[in-house]
Design a protein around this ligand. Structure first.
Ligand code: HCR
Length: 395
């Protein structure tokens, strides 16, 4: 395809990139993907802080659980929504750009704000870079009309092997439904980059994820890649069962997360539903025009860099990136001298979260707060508080 063509044209830089990456794996690679030097044609002009929006490109599927009175079916709808986000999260860039690309590394405090307006009403997004070393993005997405809120944060830890980059996601998401005061803990899959040797990288998921509800249901999703089950890429199987009774499956879902999957009622052996992320419409996210955005907003802050990448102008890309990086370094130095820490706009570190602790224990999920600079939570009080004098440039 196109990507392979681009790759061939850049063969020199691609193979030196590969060699470099592999050398790093043996030498001093810290696991921080942002420290990887990628060849120009694999650079994206989108910041990683934007990726949080993939959680809600189908707002009506996101809010659907809130109108389901039966707790087991509600858990099933949460599972269906989660599965419906995978294509957007992990293969949409590939399809749009011809290959996976290396996103811009967000600066501390970088924001990405927007909303989706459609038949589900208004669904809002706040995404904030809450840590730079290591990179960690926190986000919340909510729909007031349906009383649904998603929040979470994630960082990545990477390692190399011969042909792939393995990425472990560190963090989790929590989906909350007001009407039932119900919470769902969502753990994140590991992934690896395939197609590297051909210069056309794409993401494949591996291991498994769990969705554990406070109402006592567990969903387990196993990713098998170019599976032993179907031989197709992006394969998975999912089961939903009452917590602690893994053999007592109520619903099962199988298929491909980038293509079609079918939902079965296991007890009655009937097919309930099938879903195809390929044909389902996404609702576009609306964001403020650049001149109305605050200085910390991603598209505005990276505007010059994005333009330079778009023009294939690596020199300007470099100088514009350095401007941002140097300003950030200066800020950190100032904070250090004053004995202060950058105050996150919308999220705060918490010591522990009782409900979350209980759900985590049920699925054996380990919080690695030390690897994300803390356990991050949406801070409603910060959201409600008026902007401080020195923060007037923010949205
Ligand atoms: C690994 C990755 C950056 C992180 C991306 C994450 C994990 C971010 C959170 C989202 O919710 C889900 C998500 C999806 C992406 O698939 C994943 C990215 C895929 C590639 C990118 C690397 C940093 C790129 C490495 C450079 C390669 C292509 C040469």
């Amino acid at each position: 395809g196109e990507a392979a063509g681009v790759a061939a044209a850049n063969k020199g830089s691609w193979s030196s990139f590969l060699k470099y990456s592999l050398d790093q794996s043996i030498a001093s690679f810290s696991g921080d993907l942002s420290s990887l030097t990628a060849p120009p044609f694999i650079l994206s002009s989108t910041s990683l802080v934007e990726y949080s929006s993939y959680w809600a490109e189908h707002p009506s599927i996101l809010v659907a659980p809130a109108s389901e009175p039966d707790p087991a079916k509600r858990a099933l709808l949460v599972l269906k929504w989660f599965l419906s986000t995978l294509k957007q999260q992990y293969s949409s860039r590939n399809e749009k750009l011809g290959s996976e690309k290396k996103p811009l590394n967000p600066f501390l405090g970088e924001l990405f704000l927007g909303k989706w307006e459609d038949e589900a009403g208004t669904t809002e997004l706040i995404s904030e870079q809450v840590s730079h070393h290591p990179p960690v993005t926190a986000y919340t997405i909510w729909n007031q009309k349906h009383g649904v809120r998603l929040q979470g944060y994630n960082g990545q830890k990477a390692s190399f092997s011969m042909r792939t980059i393995h990425v472990k996601q560190i963090g989790h998401a929590i989906y909350h439904i007001d009407a039932y005061n119900e919470d769902y803990l969502i753990t994140l899959p590991s992934l690896h980059i395939e197609g590297l040797v051909y210069g056309a990288p794409y993401v494949e998921l591996n291991t498994r994820t769990f969705i554990q509800s406070s109402s006592g249901y567990t969903s387990k999703i196993s990713y098998s890649g170019k599976g032993w089950v179907s031989g197709k890429k992006n394969s998975f199987t999912a089961t939903l069962y009452p917590e602690g009774k893994e053999k007592d499956i109520l619903y099962s879902i199988e298929g491909q997360w980038n293509d079609t999957f079918t939902i079965h009622d296991v007890k009655s052996k009937t097919e309930l539903d099938s879903y195809s992320p390929k044909t389902s419409q996404v609702t576009p996210l609306t964001i403020a025009p650049l001149d109305q955005q605050g200085e910390l907003e991603s598209r505005r802050a990276w505007r010059a860099v994005a333009e330079a990448i778009g023009n294939g102008d690596m020199e300007t890309t470099g100088t514009e990136k350095s401007k941002i990086e140097n300003a950030q370094r200066e800020l950190r130095k100032q904070e250090k001298d004053e004995g202060k820490e950058w105050e996150r706009r919308y999220f705060s570190r918490v010591e522990a979260d009782e409900m979350f602790g209980r759900l985590a224990e049920r699925v054996g999920y380990q919080v690695e707060a030390d690897k994300t600079g803390g356990l991050w939570r949406w801070d409603e009080a910060k959201y409600q508080a008026p902007l401080k004098e020195d923060r007037k440039t923010e949205p």
